[in-house]
Design a protein around this ligand. Structure first.
Ligand SMILES: O=C(O)CCC(=O)C(=O)O
Length: 360
């Protein structure tokens, strides 16, 4: 973030407060252009055409046939969808429920408590209500909380909420579990790419990978047909592990020209490939655009856990995946440089990773 632009360009308005005060209209700033609004191109809960659900139960087991079949399902899902759900992933379902509930309680604390953690665009850590710093931008219908787990030099529990009681310990345990799970999955991705199982993790920085959490809070919206909870974007980082709301759907994944509404499986995580894995895999795996719709009668909470490369190492296609037939598609770039785009301009579909290709 440049030193000249250390703060938000306009006073921050909490979407939750707007939701409480608007009964049948929303401010113009939240009305999307007609081409971006949720529309008839959305498909609702088409079970036959939805992101795959993969049972990870035997992934690390002794039965080779079972683990090979799981790896194959992951490989197909990465190529066809860039998104999949995982069950039997090893994270305690009770912890998942408790963590999501604690975050819901946080967003229902009095505003003056939450404001103690108000964030700035310098690091984005804390309680926020917009992504990007463009003055006059059309905004998304959501508030969020952003915090760091790794590297340890960035982890500062004082920047985490202190309420509800004992939440910091719980959020910490959740982070440890998710780092472990992401480690297992990037190994699977490495193997599926024909690489040694450690290659992707090492390319991410080995022991020094980054991990952070954004908790999204989507308040009720009186005009859901005009707004989005989160605009279309691909995730700038490596891989995302989303814990969705257990009751309220909202995530939509782009499939060709359609938006597919994901139907979350109970106690599953929704996994998606981010831009850095697209780059490292030389576009064998692609990050996929997604967005969030809102609704008028239910709020929604989701926890997006981002597994990212160490922020200051150049990320470029892995050597073994660059061949005469498939030359390197991307120039090296650090994740620090890369994420400035979304931090400055906000979510913009897949324009960043695409522009990287053409900038070669
Ligand atoms: O809320 C969701 O379902 C998705 C959130 C998301 O895409 C994100 O936080 O990047």
């Amino acid at each position: 973030m440049s030193k000249e632009q250390p703060d938000w360009p306009e006073p921050i308005v909490r979407v939750q407060s707007l939701s409480e005060s608007c009964s049948d209209s929303i401010p113009e700033r939240y009305i999307k252009p007609s081409t971006d609004r949720p529309s008839s191109t959305s498909s609702n809960f088409d079970d036959a055409n939805n992101i795959p659900i993969i049972d990870l139960g035997g992934l690390s087991g002794a039965d080779h046939r079972v683990s090979s079949s799981i790896l194959e399902q992951i490989s197909d899902a990465c190529k066809e969808w860039g998104f999949f759900q995982i069950t039997n992933h090893g994270v305690n379902p009770d912890l998942m429920d408790r963590v999501r509930e604690a975050w819901r309680q946080f967003f229902h604390l009095p505003m003056e408590v939450k404001q103690q953690y108000a964030n700035s665009p310098k690091t984005y850590e804390g309680y926020g209500s917009r992504l990007g710093i463009e003055k006059g931008a059309i905004l998304d219908w959501s508030d969020y909380y952003y915090l760091h787990y790794l590297p340890l030099s960035l982890k500062d529990c004082n920047k985490w909420p202190h309420l509800p009681p004992q939440c910091r310990e719980m959020f910490d345990e959740y982070g440890r579990e998710l780092v472990k799970l992401c480690g297992r999955l990037v190994k699977a991705l490495s193997i599926n790419l024909g690489l040694d199982e450690k290659i992707l993790e090492n390319a991410f920085g080995g022991e020094e990978i980054g991990a952070c959490l954004r908790v999204n809070f989507y308040p009720k919206c009186p005009r859901p047909e005009l707004a989005l909870g989160l605009s279309s974007h691909s995730d700038p980082g490596g891989m995302t592990m989303l814990l969705p709301d257990d009751e309220v759907p909202g995530l939509q994944v782009r499939k060709c020209d359609n938006w597919i509404t994901v139907k979350p499986a109970r106690h599953a995580f929704i996994v998606n490939i981010g831009d850095q894995i697209q780059v490292l895999s030389n576009a064998i795996y692609k990050s996929v655009e997604h967005r969030v719709i809102v609704n008028s009668d239910k709020e929604r909470v989701s926890l997006a856990f981002f597994y990212n490369p160490k922020s200051d190492i150049p990320i470029k296609p892995i050597k073994k995946l660059v061949t005469m037939d498939r030359p390197s598609l991307y120039p090296p770039m650090t994740f620090d440089e890369y994420r400035l785009f979304i931090r400055t301009r906000g979510p913009r579909g897949k324009s960043q990773v695409e522009s990287l290709k053409s900038s070669k």
